[in-house]
Design a protein. Structure first.
Length: 680
């Protein structure tokens, strides 16, 4: 007995200081990190079975805490969530226990300060707040400061799930907005917004819509909306977000100071027509389904659209799987609303973040308008135009007040993300290649240039010296190749084909201008030289190097000269054909006046078929324009100059070398046998 007591005393002596030390450490830890303050108001669903069914799926610590809070809720009978939120005083924290809460009146916070509304759960789906019947907005916050929302799910609002206006210092964490008639989250004229791990899906307008607001969005997920994010006139930092399977991933409209980095934009090609439940009211659709039923038409296949914004930086993001374009940068030349200081650098196009590749149809599409824009792309990236202003190239910023003509037309016609009436000819709205606006414009331009060139040749044919067939033939063949490449470029959306087509247009017009100048159409020729030079500049700007210091796209320069060219060509075409003073009226000669060596006698070739064939070939050559019949050569006296021959200069025509050779051989034969010798 004594030995056991002594052993106990020794054990106490050894463990006592350790227990005291552990207790002191725990006390200090509790002092440094105080436990969370219990909520002021607890809201629950009175159905005890449903509460326990949902609560039992939550981790142990929160599950035990919710059991105590549920008893408190039953005692206070705070079952009306709308009333609890609307009647909350400043500084109130409201805890919502796991359950399903259908609401017929909106949750409203007006003019409040320091209100916290949160779900006491492990994930947002444990607390579902659903609009009943025709409720427009589930949560409305007006003129409030320091509002915190956390761990909640909002469903089936006919308008917006969370609508916050004219407020400041808003913190939204782990909140889900799903299957709403317009926007999941709408923040209007609100400052200091912090959104973390929010999610929005199945919303007919935008998952997240900011208007004249500022703040940050981090680690959010936005899928199956018309627009994943729609930011208008806002300043925002967007980081590590996942934006996929919307019609448009993100639309920046007249926003300022936007930073987008380390995010994923993927497969924003949603087709809402595949959903079959759009005829049902919102509250009759399953909460687990994601069904987006837009009330207006929208573009599709675009990851990030930057329109008329300033100071936007897009870095270290992944874009993949877009059937349209990963990044679109457009301005509005008509309203003087252009992008300014846009930097797209260090991104990964056609590469999944998890590994592997899934290419976009086009990686970057720029309409050619804007100030201080730069794009750093790899050689494997597909861009339109093929040459984009590079970052840090040492040349200086590219400032264009008017973009490429066709791209500007497309921006005006197809450059709005939403449409009340369906628009044809827009590939962003699903138009096939043969119906796209670019293809139809390219076809019209190709036909128009071909017709103009043909009229130029017709005017040259009426000149003092009609051009030969060689120059006309080569120019026409080059022109036909340019037409083919122009149509092929528009069909395949290849900027390099487009640039090559412009170069071939220029070559065809240079060949034509040389012939037109000789034909007496000097003004038309020099205008053609200028247009050809501008075509080459335009091709360089599209495919090789963005030409700096040009206020407008080079395409506008040569297009502006075409009306002047047409007026000059029309003048030459309708004027009276001038006469060449060197031309003499044709003289009719009698048979006896024709030299013997120029006569064609069938009897001379009797029994000599080869010689006959050569003679006929020579006559055909003369008829085709390769030469002319010899005129008599006057006998030369000793006193006459040596070069008094009046032999006509052979014309240059078709390059039929066989016929030319036969003609020369025949001429040599007859010259040696029939030409009379000169007498002293």
């Amino acid at each position: 007995m004594f030995r056991r007591a002594l052993l106990n005393l020794a054990l106490i002596a050894i463990t006592g200081p350790a227990i005291v030390l552990l207790t002191a450490t725990t006390a200090n830890a509790q002092t440094d990190d105080e436990p969370p303050k219990p909520p002021d108001v607890v809201v629950c669903d009175p159905d005890e079975d449903e509460f326990h069914e949902r609560n039992d799926e939550i981790e142990f610590g929160i599950r035990m805490e919710n059991r105590d809070l549920f008893k408190r809720c039953l005692e206070a009978e705070t079952f009306d969530l709308s009333a609890a939120v609307t009647e909350a005083d400043d500084g109130t924290s409201i805890a919502v226990l796991p359950g399903h809460y259908p609401v017929t009146e909106p949750l409203e916070l007006t003019g409040t300060t320091d209100i916290e509304l949160y779900g006491n759960a492990a994930q947002p789906d444990d607390i579902v707040i659903e609009a009943d019947d025709d409720l427009a907005t589930l949560l409305a916050v007006r003129d409030s400061t320091a509002t915190t929302l956390r761990m909640l799910t909002f469903l089936h609002g006919n308008d917006n799930a969370v609508d916050i206006r004219d407020s400041a210092d808003v913190d939204i964490t782990a909140v889900v907005a799903k299957n709403n008639g317009r926007n999941g989250f709408l923040l209007n004229n609100t400052d200091e917004i912090t959104m973390t791990k929010t999610s929005a899906s199945g919303n007919a307008a935008a998952g997240l819509h900011w208007n004249a607001s500022n703040g940050s969005v981090t680690a959010g997920k936005y899928q199956h909306n018309r627009h994943g994010l729609h930011l208008r006139d806002s300043s925002v930092d967007i980081e590590t977000v996942s934006v996929g399977r919307n019609l448009i991933g993100t639309y920046l409209d007249e926003s300022t100071t936007v930073r987008i980095q380390d995010g994923d934009w993927y497969e924003n090609n949603l087709n809402p027509l595949r959903d079959n439940d759009c005829d049902k009211p919102l509250f009759e659709r399953s909460p687990s389904s994601v069904q987006m039923c837009p009330s207006v038409g929208s573009s599709s296949g675009i990851g990030l659209w930057i329109h008329g914004s300033t100071d936007v930086t897009v870095t270290d993001n992944h874009f993949w799987g877009h059937r349209g374009t990963a990044v679109v940068a457009t301005g509005d030349g008509v309203n003087n609303q252009a992008n300014d200081t846009i930097t797209v650098q260090g991104n990964h196009f056609g590469e999944r973040k998890q590994g592997g590749s899934q290419h976009n149809h086009t990686d970057i599409w720029w309409d050619g308008q804007g100030e201080s824009l730069c794009f750093d792309v790899d050689t494997s990236d597909v861009t339109r135009p093929a040459a984009l202003p590079a970052c840090d190239d040492g040349i200086g910023p590219v400032n264009r007040y008017l973009g490429d003509p066709v791209s500007t037309l497309k921006t005006e016609y197809c450059g709005q993300p939403d449409y009340q009436q369906p628009q044809d000819y827009c590939d962003w709205l699903g138009a096939p290649a043969s119906e796209r606006l670019e293809f139809r414009v390219a076809l019209a331009v190709a036909v128009g240039m071909f017709v103009l060139t043909g009229l130029g040749w017709l005017a040259a044919a009426r000149g003092t010296r009609p051009p030969g067939f060689n120059s006309a033939g080569v120019s026409t063949l080059t022109l036909a190749a340019a037409v083919f490449l122009t149509v092929a470029a528009a069909w395949s959306n290849r900027s390099d084909y487009e640039a090559l087509a412009l170069v071939m247009w220029a070559v065809a017009w240079v060949i034509a201008a040389r012939a037109w100048r000789v034909s007496g159409l000097a003004a038309l020729a020099w205008l053609s030289y200028i247009v050809s030079f501008l075509l080459v500049v335009d091709a360089t700007d599209r495919a090789v190097w963005t030409v700096p210091y040009l206020p407008v796209s080079p395409g506008w320069l040569w297009l502006a000269l075409l009306p002047v060219w047409f007026v000059v060509m029309f003048f030459y075409l309708v004027r009276k054909r001038p006469t060449d003073p060197d031309d003499q009226p044709p003289q009719q000669r009698q048979e006896e006046e024709i030299a013997e060596y120029n006569r064609f006698h069938w009897g001379d070739f009797h029994g000599q078929p080869r010689t006959l064939a050569r003679a006929i070939s020579g006559k055909v050559s003369v008829w085709l324009g390769h030469g002319s019949l010899k005129t008599p050569t006057e006998p030369r006296s000793k006193s006459s100059p040596k070069s008094t021959t009046t032999r006509a200069t052979p014309k240059r025509g078709w390059a039929i070398y066989g016929v030319t050779y036969a003609k020369k051989a025949l001429q040599q034969r007859f010259s040696s046998t029939r030409t009379p010798k000169c007498t002293e």
